[in-house]
Each structure stands twice: as C-alpha cells, then as structure tokens.
Write a protein that binds this ligand. Structure first.
Ligand code: ZN
Ligand code: ZN
Length: 355
C-alpha cells in the first residue's frame, strides 16, 4: 500500500507520477487535466452549437513540434469519443503542414514525406492536404505578390515563384525583420489553405508561453496595436476565426504530456526542438527568438505573470483605423496618413528590407 503522500491527489487511488502546478498526479489524472483545459476552449465547436447538419471544418496547422502535436492528439481523442458514443462528430479536422524554406540547400523532403505518412496512419480520421512549401506562397495567396511590392520587392523578369519568395526572405537585413517577414508569409499561406479547404476556423497550437512571447515581441516590433487581435479567440481580420485552445498550458507541460503518451504519438514529432538555447550572437537573433528563449527558460518559473501577459495584452485597446483601413500586408489597422497602405509595424519592417 503506497503511503498517502505518494498517492495522486485527484483520484486518491493510483501512485502519483508527475508534479504539476504543485500538485502530484498520476498519468491518467494529468492527461485529464491537460485535455480538459483544451476542450474547455473548444466549446464553440460542440454539438449543441451546430447549426442544422452543417458540420464545421477546422484547420489545424501541424508544425512538427510538440505543441501542435499535443493539440492534434487531444482533438483526435475527442473525435473518436464522439464517434463511439454518438456515431457522429461535431466537427471535421483538416490537418496541414507548411515546410519551411530550406536555407541550407539540403533537401529534407524525403524525411518530411515519411513523417507526414506516419502522422496520417496514427491519426487516420482526418483530411490531409498535400504538404505545402512556404516558398510556394504566391501560388496559394494570389494577392501577396502585389502586396509585397509595397515593401519595394518586385519579381524580376523570368524569376520563378520559389526564387522570388526566397529573394523576398533574404532581402530582410536584420534577424528580427526576417523573422517578422517569415511569420507574415506563413500566416498568409495558412489562411489561404484554410480558405481553399473551406475551413471556417484555424485552430493554432500556441501554448501560453508562445502567446506571451508573441505578445511581447509584437510590442517590441511596433506591432503592439495588433496584439489583441492576434491573441483573441474568435473572428480574425482575415475573414475566418482563430482559436488558441492551448492558451492555458505551458510549453513544459505539453512536453511532459507528450512524454507520458504511448510511443506511437512521440513518433509523430518531426524534430526534437532544442528547448532552451542561449543565443550565440545577439545580432543574429531576432526579438522573437530572444523572448521565446527567455520565457521558456525564465518566464515559466512565474506562471501567474505569464498568464497575465497574455490576459493583459488581449485587453489592450485596438487603435481604430482611419475609415476602417487595414494594412494590405498583415490586415492590422492602419492609423494616420490618408494614402497609407501599410501599418506602422510593416512600415518599420520595410526600412530593414534592401533589394
Ligand atoms: Zn489520479
Ligand atoms: Zn502591417
């Protein structure tokens, strides 16, 4: 008989195996704790909110890292439960993956294909469009080329799609503006995929830690006005909903959750991300990477402060746009200037772009 101190504090039956937020839990109760936090954020997509027989299609972008994989595993389990209990599901999942631009010239295509197949075998109930390369963004987002011209980047004669996008990315002169441009193209591509796939929402795999880092980085990059829009659950300026069901969980908790799942799930990681990496050179580090490293290393020691960052940032007043004018590149409000087509953050980014 285990002593009472080593029993799980929730079920009082099984020995505790993990310590989470100062409570000792068994694996089962820990899994329940994590998935209940996620499913609470998915209540909009319950049966009772369904209109007629109209089933919702939700896009889940899978990065290959821990957070979005945990999200997929939890939603997949929910869908399986719905099928076994009611023989129907409240929503359909479309799972997509965008492969990053390959800056080193090495081809990782084969490895990605194998991984993508493995994911589809383990989570076999969902729709999987082809893996899309970030460098193919102009083929999916037909407006982006015109919008990039506002940054002063124009396609050369006879330059193909990929060479053009590659040049766009390398035209950024600082690590921060490069990361900014990269996340902008990624977001626009994922939004385009969601629209092509008839999805009404994008279900993002950002943890609380990632949202906090993103909120602080946005402010540092002059994109503070966009922050509440970026962090909110619900309608986004892109014409579809954004949801962040992992917003109440830290990256370390998601990591621990994945480690305690059966090995078939861990096999669906594309890469083991190095969790805490001290930047070698500050010059070569973007604000985003710096804050993300800091929050993973230090911020998670202060969970209530982290939660407050996201909560407070969500409540910031969004500056009202001149005549509801939206930035052509990032869809955030444009403040001031009559003929201005870019927001303050994109104008700042533009100054770092040299072609
Ligand atoms: Zn328990
Ligand atoms: Zn903008």
């Amino acid at each position: 008989m285990p002593s009472s101190t080593s029993l799980c504090v929730d079920c009082q039956t099984f020995p505790s195996q993990v310590a989470i937020r100062k409570r000792r839990l068994c694996h089962d109760c820990f899994h329940k704790f994590v998935s209940s936090k996620v499913l609470k954020r998915m209540e909009t997509y319950r049966f009772k909110n369904q209109v007629g027989n109209q089933k919702k299609r939700l896009l889940l972008p899978l990065s290959g890292g821990v957070s979005s994989l945990v999200l997929l595993q939890i939603l997949d389990a929910q869908i399986k439960r719905q099928l076994s209990q009611q023989n129907r599901t409240a929503y359909d999942l479309v799972v997509c993956h965008v492969s990053p631009p390959d800056m080193n010239g090495t081809n990782s295509g084969g490895e990605t294909t194998e991984w993508w197949k493995r994911v589809q075998e383990v989570f076999d109930l969902h729709t999987y469009p082809f893996v899309t390369a970030l460098l193919d963004v102009t083929q999916h987002d037909h407006r982006i080329e015109d919008d990039l011209a506002l940054l002063g980047v124009n396609r050369h004669e006879e330059e193909d799609n990929r060479a053009f996008v590659e040049r766009v990315l390398t035209s950024a002169r600082t690590a921060t503006s490069r990361a900014d441009l990269h996340s902008l193209l990624l977001r626009r591509l994922i939004v385009s995929i969601a629209k092509q796939q008839d999805c009404e929402s994008i279900i993002w795999g950002h943890s609380d830690s990632q949202l906090a880092a993103q909120a602080l980085a946005s402010v540092a990059k002059g994109r503070g006005g966009a922050t509440p829009n970026e962090l909110a659950d619900g309608p986004s300026p892109w014409g579809l909903n954004f949801n962040y069901p992992l917003r109440d969980l830290f990256r370390t908790e998601l990591q621990l959750y994945l480690e305690t799942l059966p090995s078939e799930f861990r096999g669906c990681l594309l890469e083991e991300k190095v969790e805490v990496e001290t930047p070698v050179s500050l010059r070569a580090t973007s604000i985003d990477a710096l804050l993300s490293t800091y929050i993973t290393g230090q911020g998670e020691k202060y969970p209530s402060i982290m939660a407050n960052v996201v909560r407070t940032a969500s409540k910031l007043q969004v500056p009202s746009a001149v005549d509801g004018q939206m930035c052509r590149l990032c869809a955030m409000p444009v403040v001031g200037g009559d003929e201005q087509k870019l927001c303050y953050g994109c104008e700042r980014m533009k100054q770092d772009i040299k072609v």
